[in-house]
Design a protein. Sequence first.
Length: 262
Amino acid sequence: MVASSGEFPKTDGEPLSATDVHYTGDIISVNAGEDIDAGEVVFVRMTGHTDEGDAELSDADTQDLCRATGIALETKTDGNEIKVMTRGVYQTTGLTANKDYYLSTTAGGLSLTRSGVKIGFSLSATELYIDIVQDDRDVVGTVKPYLKSITGLPSNNLTAFWVEANGQTLSDDESPLDTQTIPDLNGYTGAQRFLRGGGSSDGSTPVASGADGGTEEHAHTLSTTTHSLGTSGSFSHITSATTSTVGTLPSYYEVAYIMKVK
């Protein structure tokens, strides 16, 4: 039996229909978690979420939605199965040839304006090569220094997989760290902190993380002793102490620490 248009897999030698040019790549079939139109950028919810496995519209303007799995190949309403191309050549219209395309601040949209998620590269005005690049490859718990205020960064640069380490309670049921307190590494509510290795000096215990310590300043106390000889030949002994606070910080450059949470 010959597979119909849009039906895969096809057997060797089986012809492609005209509409199959939209399917020259990696394709998945998932449940639509909301109404989705063909050509919109979507992501698939991760394990743990109440809607895990469902496709939803990506949106660079909302951090939790700033991620992508692929482009919808058909229009489907909430609850119906939908095909999504995750990699390959997608046929469309209205592109500018030879340009990088990014996730837009319009839900499901593509844009030439940089964001935290690159969707692909336009081979022509009608062909987009989907090759999604987003920072989701680090192990959960990774901490990185991030120059969030440097001139030239997109305002929506941080993807859904990362949060600032500001001491907040994480509310994200896709994350294994859901409900846990993220360490305050940025001095958002307490002391600003440097990072150092969590091993013991003699190697007697496994390397661990989470301990803190140190101080930005410490006090020096200087004692002064004065001796004097009285007119009657008596001897007096006077001691005074002066305390001063001394800074201990080396030269530094401030960053925002971010943490991988899913």
